[in-house]
Every structure is written in C-alpha cells, then in structure tokens.
Design a protein around this ligand. Structure first.
Ligand SMILES: Cc1cc2nc3c(=O)[nH]c(=O)nc-3n(C[C@H](O)[C@H](O)[C@H](O)COP(=O)(O)O)c2cc1C
Length: 212
C-alpha cells in the first residue's frame, strides 16, 4: 500500500506538470491571438495601400475598411463566393466603391483585382492585388509595363465602346504584353464585367447591409 510519502512523491511532479501544461496552453492561446490580430492588421494595411493608390485619401472621410459589404455574382465578379466591396464616402455621400473581383482566366490561375469605380460608373483605377502569373511574362503590369493598369483610369462601359473592351489582338483598345496576351485579356474582361456588375447594382452597393 502506498504511504503518504509515496503519494507526495507522485503528486508533486504531477501537479508541476499540470501547471506547466496550463501555463503553456495559456501562452499558446495568447500567442495565437496576437498573431491573428497582427495578420489582420497587416492585411488591412496592405489593402489600404492598394486603395490609396486608386483613390486619394483626402477625397473621402469615412473608413472604407470598416464600411464594407459583400456581393455575389459568379458570372460578373468571377468568384463563386461573395467578394468584398469597400465603400468610400465624403460627408455621407458616395465617392467610390472598390470591388475585389476576380479575373478567373489568368494563365496560371485567377488574379484578384481591386476595381475602384466612381458614381456614374467611371473607373478610378485598377490594381492587381494577388496573382500567380509567370514572372517576366504575365506580370508585366508590375514592372515592364508598370503603367499598363493606368490605362483603365477614366474608362467606363461606354468609353471605349463595349465591343472594344478587349486586347488589340481581339479588336479591342487595350495593349497586350510582349509575348503574353492571355493575362491582359483576362484582366480587361474581368474589369469590364465588374463595371457591368456595378452598373446593375450601383444604388444597392452604397446601402447598408448585404445587397442580394
Ligand atoms: C512557361 C510559359 C509561361 C507563360 N506565362 C504566361 C503568362 O503568365 N501570361 C500570358 O499571358 N502568357 C504566358 N505565356 C504565353 C502564352 O502561352 C501565350 O503564348 C501568350 O499569352 C499568347 O500571347 P501572344 O498571342 O502575344 O503570343 C507563357 C508561355 C510559357 C511557355
């Protein structure tokens, strides 16, 4: 039969282990929360940087990262899951929306875009915020043709006319990249479709709640 001394011999290390395990668990939970918060903050800063490249921060006075809605339109926005829309306002009035639409037909998979559109449907600009296109070929908008995305600024569904909303090779108004037509074709098509989505949903996009 175990004596009191024997029981103590077992109980003390067991209790120490239990305390250590509890401290470790609490530490891991705290670390996970801190890491999650940091990732969320980094993502917010990352998207804000892209927004700032499209819309001058002094032109709106709300926090677009906190003024979002989600919309679903697989045909026009290229995603089977809802995409985020940031709303920019000044004194409560609409300044722009920035839609995170998808160009599904990239050479190496979908590209994620941020498409900023002013009331009335004029493009303020387009950023490619995520992609896997081939370095040196399909990613020319990041380096070789760094001003290529600027071509969208001021465009709308009627400017250029709808049938010219594609790359020159297909009879459109948009340059392709040297040796790489698939990527620009996919981007131009996705931007046009995002504008089409906007045209059909403009009022609802600025309303509270999630548009159907
Ligand atoms: C390894 C490899 C990677 C390629 N990556 C891309 C790409 O990221 N984007 C693209 O548009 N074309 C890419 N291409 C070229 C396409 O296959 C296609 O030839 C081109 O887009 C058609 O453009 P063109 O009609 O101007 O020749 C790649 C080709 C190869 C062989």
């Amino acid at each position: 039969m175990a004596t009191l001394a024997d029981k103590r011999k077992i109980a003390i290390p067991a209790a120490t282990l239990a305390i250590l395990a509890a401290v470790l668990t609490v530490g891991l939970v705290i670390l996970a929360n801190v890491t999650r918060d940091r990732i969320a903050r980094n993502q917010q800063a990352w998207i804000k940087q892209h927004l700032d490249a499209l819309v001058p921060p002094q032109s709106y006075d709300n926090d677009p990262l906190a003024d979002t809605t989600q919309v679903l339109s697989p045909d026009l926005l290229g995603s089977t899951t809802p995409v985020v829309v940031y709303r920019l306002r000044k004194e409560g009035l609409p300044v722009a929306v920035a839609i995170r639409s998808i160009a599904p037909d990239g050479y190496r998979g979908p590209l994620e875009l941020l498409v900023a559109i002013a009331p009335g449907g004029q493009l303020l600009g387009v950023q490619v915020i995520r992609h896997n296109e081939t370095p040196g070929l399909g990613d020319a908008f990041e380096n070789r043709d760094a001003d290529w995305l600027g071509r969208f600024r001021g465009s709308s569904l009627t400017n250029p006319p709808q049938q010219r909303w594609t790359v020159r090779r297909d009879g459109g108004d948009f340059d392709a990249f040297t040796g790489a037509t698939i990527t620009p074709r996919a981007i131009v098509k996705a931007v046009r479709r995002t504008l089409e989505f906007y045209q059909g949903n403009e009022d609802r996009l600025y309303q509270d709640g999630t548009p159907p």
